[in-house]
Design a protein around this ligand. Structure first.
Ligand code: LLP
Length: 404
């Protein structure tokens, strides 16, 4: 996102031309950014050539999934719907892992029928359910067991998943019991130990701690796991202050780990692949004077982008046209929804804005559209992909008539 002659551009494409053609709000993704992110990700870990299973929940747009598939990524799915979409995009079933604490019978059956690489189970009951279905189908099903390593990911508490108070995975004691249980099964084949400690992680030490826990438990289990699935969670630079995860350290720690444990690594990145590839373009409807600040009321709302309302997440917001005049007032950007959490944050010393100006909310490629809803009976936005200097429609704006 850079200004050219004071106009905001994505990969050299003037955003102003989009708002002339389409109504806002608009999600717009950059194919170039996605490819660059994939390349960076692969480069960081090229020494051990991991299997990269993109976490579909971050952005499940079929057009995006097809681009990821072209770049040879696999998929991490958490529902039958996500699995169907990954397969529809052409992802190889042998590169698909199925995570989640509450897979229902129908989902397990579908995954088994499609011969996916692994079902990562998260409880004894789930393992028994998979075994029952596998037996009925006279099949041997490859599974993983998700360990809860009780590691603090040092991220927002709402997106932490690897601490003992979180619902995910099983503790070490149960893990060891389940290894024994699966070893005895005729219809299950234990291939993987999986973990995922949280999301938007910018500090490499939680990963280091997690690896130590995994290493210990593997030794205790005396089992040769073919795969270790380390999950995703790699954070991105939302505040645009060069806050990055130290991939080099993470990679070095994994290399050390692999010297002791000979297995193939799986990653499930979502945000780090698509997060910074997307923007949400929005128009200012009204500006209203408040008590100590001005409310800038925009046509995008918490139903379009839920992260600020749900986690207090901050996204950089840039004016589509740059002017040098600065407002003396504090601006709070808010949506039209009848909730006080429908806010995108307050900003001081922002450029002076006017009604009908356009703004661009940055870094919404992950958990933007995928978390959107029809709250207040608002149709979901248009989605565009910029590829080879051409704008392609990935998904039309919903019609209100679709919601009746
Ligand atoms: N694997 C598993 C098992 C997961 O639960 C998740 C994310 C991922 C991989 C991908 O994590 P990532 O690389 O994207 O951090 N809605 C929240 C994020 C929730 C993440 C849920 N699980 C947000 O907007 O920040």
């Amino acid at each position: 996102m850079i200004y050219k002659k004071n106009k905001l551009t994505i990969d050299g494409f003037d955003i102003g031309t989009l708002v002339k053609k389409y109504k806002t709000p608009i999600y717009c993704y950059s194919d170039k950014k996605i490819k660059k992110n994939i390349q960076n990700f692969k480069n960081h870990f090229k020494n051990f050539n991991p299997l990269i299973c993109y976490a579909v929940k971050a952005n499940s747009n079929l057009g995006i999934l097809k681009e990821l598939k072209k770049n040879n990524l696999g998929a991490d799915v958490v529902s039958k719907g996500e699995l169907m979409k990954a397969l529809k995009a052409g992802v190889n079933p042998k590169k698909i892992v199925f995570s989640g604490v509450g897979k229902i019978n129908e989902e397990i059956e579908y995954a088994i029928n499609k011969n996916i690489l692994l079902i990562n189970a998260e409880s004894k009951s789930e393992i028994l359910e998979i075994e029952k279905i596998a037996k009925k189908k006279r099949k041997i099903v490859n599974i993983g067991i998700r360990l809860n390593p009780n590691t603090d990911a040092k991220t927002l508490s709402q997106i932490s998943t690897g601490k003992k108070e979180n619902k995910f995975g099983v503790n070490q004691k149960v893990f060891l019991e389940l290894v024994k249980l699966v070893k005895k099964s005729k219809n299950l084949y234990l291939k993987c130990l999986s973990v995922h400690i949280g999301s938007q992680i910018l500090n490499h030490t939680p990963y280091q701690n997690m690896l130590k826990v995994i290493s210990k438990i593997i030794k205790k289990s005396k089992y040769n796991f073919e795969y270790i699935d380390l999950g995703g969670g790699m954070g991105i630079d939302y505040d645009h202050k060069n806050s990055y995860l130290d991939f080099k350290k993470y990679s070095e720690n994994i290399k050390k780990f692999l010297k002791i444990h000979h297995c193939k690594i799986i990653f499930e990145p979502g945000r780090s692949i698509v997060g910074n590839s997307g923007v949400l373009i929005t128009k200012i409807i009204y500006i209203k004077e408040g008590f100590k600040k001005d409310f800038v009321i925009i046509d995008a709302a918490m139903n379009d982008l839920m992260r600020p309302a749900l986690y207090g997440a901050k996204h950089k917001i840039m004016p589509m046209k740059k002017f040098s005049k600065i407002s003396k007032k504090i601006y709070e950007f808010v949506g039209p929804i009848c909730e006080s959490t429908d806010t995108f944050g307050s900003f001081k010393n922002y450029q002076k804005l006017a009604e009908k100006d356009y703004l661009v909310i940055c870094d919404v490629g992950a958990y933007g559209m995928s978390l959107s809803s029809n709250y207040n009976v608002r149709p979901k936005p248009l989605e565009l992909l910029l590829k080879n200097s051409k704008m392609k429609i990935l998904n039309k704006r919903q019609k209100i008539s679709d919601l009746m």
